[in-house]
Design a protein around this ligand. Structure first.
Ligand code: SF4
Length: 281
């Protein structure tokens, strides 16, 4: 089998490179990535839409402390939920969506989150992406997470893209993407691919010179000059120096590229946005 010209051996190398990179540079400590609680993953999936991870981190722990399962949330006054979500914005929409979700889980599943794709996608506000995200995060299921960013990397690296603007509607593409998920390594591979897409293979400025899959990437082979740092030098850094009257402090150097911050990327590429706006890639 071929992946847009890359043989299966290359596909395997691709997956392993992503996993290794994630172990070194991925955002492995995000609370919704370390938990195996399906409710916690589902809540994160809803909250992370159209907002940044940093903002969600500000409310997530307290939200789960107050409403640790669908049962508590279903019983909570909607105004209280709204207040808790105010720092994220769109709190009326989010609060009602989560309340509806909690009520459905209570009525149909006894307050548990079902761990089957078919049942998850039948829940209000849960699309293919979020459903698969729950299965990957909780069970380590061998499913691909195909948001806008992940699709972009597969497209560039392997030369394949879904025939539909909604990738989950293209069974061949999903099958191909699934074949790249290493057995036993679904969480690390999927989270790694999402992080790699945001931090390295960004939409406007892919940083191929620091990409772990550059040697396997079709796009990098075909347009290498546009993917290197200018003049072959390392990326520019901008140094922020202390103001003159401040006591001497350590000079802080920050990478200048706008896509280094993991949280910043969530701003322009909302988590799970593929369910609503798949046209961006
Ligand atoms: S080598 Fe460049 S274009 Fe290819 S996946 Fe990496 S960052 Fe993206």
């Amino acid at each position: 089998m071929h992946c847009g010209g890359a043989a299966v051996g290359g596909a395997r190398q691709f997956s392993l490179a992503v996993v290794e990179w994630y172990r070194e540079r991925g955002d492995r400590n995000l609370p919704w990535r370390v938990t195996r609680d399906p409710w916690a993953v589902l809540v994160a999936g809803v909250l992370l839409r159209r907002t940044t991870a940093r903002q969600v981190l500000g409310v997530y722990g307290e939200f789960l402390r107050r409403w640790p399962s669908p049962r508590e949330l279903a019983a909570a006054p909607v105004k209280e939920v709204e207040r808790a979500l105010r720092p994220l914005g769109m709190e009326r929409v989010r609060a009602r969506q989560l309340k509806r979700l909690a009520a459905e889980l209570l009525a149909r599943h006894g307050g548990w989150v079902p761990l089957s794709l078919g049942e998850l996608v039948r829940l209000t506000g849960v699309g293919d992406y979020t459903a698969r995200e729950v299965l990957v995060a909780v069970l380590g299921a061998r499913e691909p997470l195909l948001d806008t960013n992940a699709v972009r990397v597969l497209w560039r690296a392997l030369g394949v893209r879904p025939r539909s603007s909604r990738p989950y509607l293209d069974p061949e593409f999903v099958e191909l993407a699934r074949s790249l998920v290493p057995p036993g390594g679904s969480r690390e591979y999927n989270f790694g691919l999402l992080d790699l897409a945001r931090k390295v293979c960004s939409a406007r400025r892919p940083a191929c010179f620091e990409c772990p899959v550059a040697a396997l990437c079709r796009e990098a082979r075909e347009a290498p000059l546009t993917r290197l740092p200018r003049d072959g030098l390392p990326p520019l850094v901008k140094c922020r120096r202390p103001r003159p009257l401040e006591p001497a402090r350590r000079v802080v150097c920050q990478p200048q590229r706008e896509d280094v911050s993991p949280d910043a990327e969530h701003l322009d590429e909302p988590h799970g946005v593929i369910e609503r706006d798949p046209r961006a890639y």
